[in-house]
Write a protein that binds this ligand. Structure first.
Ligand code: GTP
Ligand code: MG
Length: 271
């Protein structure tokens, strides 16, 4: 039967979908986010390339015009972190693309770089179709301007259909950033991404330096927003990063087993 191989190929494709997962959270100029970011890049880095040698704490968003126009950033305000494959709890293999929505700042004017889509962050980050011609996978800040010295992997051509969001909240003391202002921003951002009807997981970042009141307020926020799952993570200590992604994948594909959400301090003890 000649139709057999084609059918089998089709079946295999159906078994291994690729989920497009978007990491969002407060971003912008120093006025909005304070002296340091909320931890989106570190969270992506730890998930996509978990080994100590491939983990960087410093992923600056202040770029020269030429780095912004290079093939990694590609004049977009988002980064393609690459494709990940994981097997969760002996289930079927799971493939994912990870994208970070951020805001790149011009190192001369300290204003956001101009790009073709000049929408405010909270609208842009809620987009459900992403594309960028010949955009390269991002590794680290040192790669910018030295693309040929790094492995060159392209973001898939055509439109990436977004499957779910990881909404980050930094629960550390931050550097001259007000937590309640961050929560206001996150509330606005949530308003936009929830309109897409895609699953959302609330990710508490930097729990290794977490402030009790902020952690509590973030959980309260999660409960009031249609009981968002809340995962307490630390990219630096490598705690619960996989769990956050797995929780989102389970919301997208209900056929997968539901992971047990473990608080930061319990996960730390288990490590
Ligand atoms: P933008 O993309 O510029 O909006 O920032 P971001 O959200 O990507 O933040 P980024 O991941 O660059 O983190 C900013 C800084 O926070 C890092 O340089 C680290 O110093 C710190 N940081 C990130 N993750 C952790 C963490 O898990 N624990 C602690 N203690 N600090 C962290
Ligand atoms: Mg970043």
């Amino acid at each position: 039967d000649e139709s057999q191989p084609a059918m089998m190929a089709k079946k295999q494709d159906a078994r291994a979908p690729i989920y497009n997962l978007i990491v969002v959270g407060l971003s912008g100029t120093e006025k909005e986010k304070g002296q340091c970011g909320v931890g989106k890049s570190c969270f992506c880095n730890r998930y996509v390339r978990p080994s100590a040698d491939d983990f960087y704490l410093d992923h600056t968003s202040v770029l020269s015009t030429s780095d912004f126009g290079g093939r990694v950033v590609n004049n977009d305000h988002f980064l393609f972190w690459g494709e990940v494959s994981r097997v969760f709890e002996e289930g079927p293999e799971c493939r994912m693309h990870v994208v970070e929505q951020t805001e790149f700042i011009d190192d001369q004017t300290f204003q956001p770089h101009r790009s073709t889509a000049m929408q405010p962050y909270i609208k842009r980050a809620a987009g459900t179709k992403l594309s960028s011609a010949e955009k390269l996978m991002y590794f680290c800040t040192d790669q910018l301007g030295l693309e040929q010295d790094f492995e060159q992997k392209q973001m898939p051509e055509g439109k990436l259909q977004v499957d779910g969001f990881l909404l980050c909240v930094d629960v550390s003391r931050g550097m001259n950033r007000n937590f309640d202002d961050q929560l206001k921003f996150v509330t606005n951002l949530y308003g936009h991404i929830s309109k897409t009807k895609k699953p959302i997981v609330l990710v508490l970042t930097k729990c290794d330096e977490g402030v009790e009141r902020y952690i509590k307020d973030a959980h309260t926020f999660g409960i009031t927003k249609k009981s968002l799952p809340v995962v307490e993570t630390s990219a630096r200590s490598n705690i619960n990063v996989d769990l956050a992604f797995l929780t989102l994948v389970q919301l997208i594909d209900k056929g997968r087993g539901k992971p047990k959400i473990i608080p930061y301090f319990e996960a730390l003890k288990l490590q």
